[in-house]
Design a binder for this molecule. Structure first.
Ligand SMILES: [Zn+2]
Length: 404
């Protein structure tokens, strides 16, 4: 039972975080997204983002840097003469922590949250011409409210995001509004697509005119139900519904593609062209296969038979990573065939796919504290796709991050 509980929690943490954590272009993925492709573009939280030329990321939480894939050199995105890039006078400085970074149509964007609100900042690809374009959710932000951007994805000229506004009501209670929104990155017009009342959401895939997202109950728990034995029970979890929803611009409708519960979960992995790929998950790992749903005909088909216990997953470009038997294994989309990933054997983890290679990380130092390992030093490296496929460990180190 304990083990199952950990799995469920782990899965849901990943549902809410890793479902949002997809990457930039990988093998076979064109850098310019065509009309009919669904995009699970970009990054989670402090991760970086890719353009056709390289990888943008933050150093020391605040300073925008760029790793150039062709020269294998890194630069701080600051052209200020004599700048040491150490304080907020630096042109590369970003305010927010965490800051969100994405690249679209030749421009670099950051979402920076401060006391002044939630700013969408645009820069040229070399970091110059920094300009505030929009304050996100400014229409519902009131004094003493706090805004968080939880999740976002970008497709062509559209930014989709989920924002939460936490505010104090007249009688001193805290209330939260969840809002799914879209911003047009040509006109900087913002619109609310959906506000799911009390439920939680996570965005799965977006197109300029469609969005697929998970919506799950945030159930009222009695005190008794905080007991793990109860919380983990079939009875409790089957009461918690979970839906895969689709929003379409043509009639501004939201329709439920599939409905399940947290005992027998259907985790949407991604949508590619007209297919949605879904992981069947269950406590006993008897049905951990992958199915595809044809969004035109609503026909379901098995694309990976259930034979292995999948504890977690995330999507990376044209691959999905499954956590099976204590290690990440990659499967290609849409055929869900296991692919070669020798890169993981010596502790490297893929952070992001670039145009011609990968950004990978490796834990260099950790300390044990109260039974948990805490990372204190982590290296960031680049490896070309060619070297990875040949099994040549030609890593270029460009950043070592130290945590206090
Ligand atoms: Zn500087």
């Amino acid at each position: 039972m304990k083990k199952g509980f950990a799995h469920i929690i782990g899965f849901f943490i990943l549902c809410s975080f890793l479902l949002t954590s997809c990457s930039g272009p990988l093998q076979n993925r064109p850098s310019v997204v065509t009309e009919d492709q669904w995009v699970s573009a970009d990054i989670f939280s402090l991760k970086g983002t890719c353009s056709e030329k390289g990888y943008y990321y933050l150093e020391n939480d605040y300073f925008l840097c760029f790793f150039d894939e062709s020269t294998k050199k890194k630069t701080v995105l600051c052209a200020k003469a004599g700048c040491k890039h150490q304080d907020d006078s630096c042109y590369a400085y970003t305010i927010a922590l965490p800051s969100f970074i994405f690249f679209s149509n030749g421009k670099l964007y950051t979402i920076e949250v401060s006391d002044e609100g939630c700013k969408l900042i645009q820069r040229d690809e070399d970091g110059s011409n920094r300009e505030e374009k929009l304050r996100l959710m400014n229409d519902i932000a009131i004094e003493n409210s706090s805004i968080t951007i939880v999740d976002y994805k970008v497709c062509k000229n559209c930014l989709y995001y989920q924002g939460n506004v936490l505010m104090e009501t007249m009688d001193g209670e805290l209330s939260q509004k969840v809002s799914l929104r879209r911003v047009n990155l040509d006109t900087f017009q913002e619109e609310e697509i959906y506000s799911p009342d009390k439920n939680g959401c996570s965005i799965v895939s977006v197109q300029p005119n469609k969005m697929i997202f998970h919506e799950f109950d945030a159930p009222e728990q009695t005190e008794n139900e905080y007991d793990p034995e109860v919380y983990n029970s079939e009875e409790f979890l089957t009461k918690n519904t979970m839906k895969i929803q689709i929003w379409e611009e043509k009639d501004h409708s939201i329709r439920t593609l599939l409905e399940t519960n947290r005992w027998e979960t259907l985790g949407a992995i991604c949508a590619e062209e007209d297919f949605l790929y879904i992981l069947n998950w269950d406590e006993g790992h008897q049905k951990n296969g992958v199915q595809s749903l044809n969004l035109n005909t609503m026909e379901m088909r098995e694309v990976m038979e259930p034979k292995k216990a999948i504890d977690n997953f995330y999507k990376l470009g044209n691959y999905v990573m499954f956590y099976i038997d204590q290690r990440w294994t990659s499967y290609s989309i849409p055929d869900f065939k296991e692919t070669n990933c020798t890169i993981f054997s010596d502790g490297y983890q893929i952070e992001q796919g670039t145009q011609n290679g990968y950004i990978v990380t490796k834990v260099l130092e950790k300390v044990s504290e109260g039974g948990f390992d805490r990372i204190t030093k982590q290296g960031y490296y680049y490896i070309s796709r060619e070297d990875m496929e040949k099994g040549e460990p030609n890593y270029t180190e460009f950043y070592v991050r130290s945590y206090d």
